[in-house]
Design a protein around this ligand. Structure first.
Ligand SMILES: N[C@@H](CCC(=O)N[C@@H](CS)C(=O)NCC(=O)O)C(=O)O
Length: 216
């Protein structure tokens, strides 16, 4: 009998409370849960990030990373798309639908995330710095620009396209970065979208798994 291929997700053993539930391995866990693919976790500490063993699977010394069917991957977006190749739950079968879903993954990571994390960095880690006080208004305005555009696109849709895809998974994890504020709530359809995606059982299982590691 052939041994079942093991999937191993590398994540943090512990992070400070403000970022618990936000660490990017959440995306990978969620994608695996949506796809119904079981996985093991490899939990590491900050000290492990610079070891040769970790750098071999994550050149920048970050999490997440994954070992999957003999393939080692880093970058949460790439990992989610690779999992999507295995499951229609994340990437629709039809070529156009797949391309649209992939596009939203890139939009979340490339057009939205950087602006949200800039504000998060200021608010959570540098709020008392003089430069941060000067930078914050423009950073906030940029966040509103993206939220407004996203809200306009979403309109009365349930999801970014006509069904849940990897694009929604990624966008949800990016919107969650603003949880220290009430910014998303200022856009009721986005707020409802975020809650709709977070209510998915697969998301709940993924979040619980990340949080469980921290409890230990
Ligand atoms: N673009 C990377 C970003 C990964 C990333 O920023 N990981 C954070 C945790 S969410 C990390 O490992 N930070 C530790 C560090 O950079 O030293 C991805 O999406 O996987």
């Amino acid at each position: 009998m052939q041994a079942k291929a093991k999937i191993r997700v590398t994540a943090f053993q512990m992070v400070p409370p403000p970022v618990q539930g936000l660490v990017r391995d959440l995306r990978v866990r969620w994608a695996l849960e949506e796809a119904g693919i079981p996985y093991e976790e490899s939990l590491i500490g900050q000290d492990d990030l610079s070891t040769p063993a970790h750098r071999r699977i994550q050149p920048f010394g970050q999490v997440p990373a994954i070992e999957m069917d003999g393939l080692e991957l880093f970058e949460s977006g790439s990992i989610v798309l690779e999992i999507g190749e295995k499951s229609e739950a994340l990437l629709p079968k039809d070529a156009k639908g797949r391309a649209r879903a992939r596009t939203w993954v890139f939009a979340a990571l490339n057009s939205v995330e950087q602006h949200f994390t800039a504000l998060v960095g200021i608010d959570l880690f540098d709020a008392n710095e003089e430069w941060a006080k000067l930078r914050r208004p423009a950073a906030l305005e940029m966040v509103h620009t993206r939220l407004k555009d996203l809200s306009a696109w979403l309109g009365s849709r349930e999801y970014l396209e006509d069904r849940f895809t990897a694009g929604d998974l990624m966008m949800t994890t990016v919107l969650r970065f603003l949880r220290h504020s009430n910014l998303v709530a200022e856009y009721p359809n986005l707020d409802a979208y975020l809650k709709r995606c977070e209510a998915r059982p697969a998301f709940q299982r993924a979040l619980a798994a990340q949080m469980k590691a921290f409890e230990a």
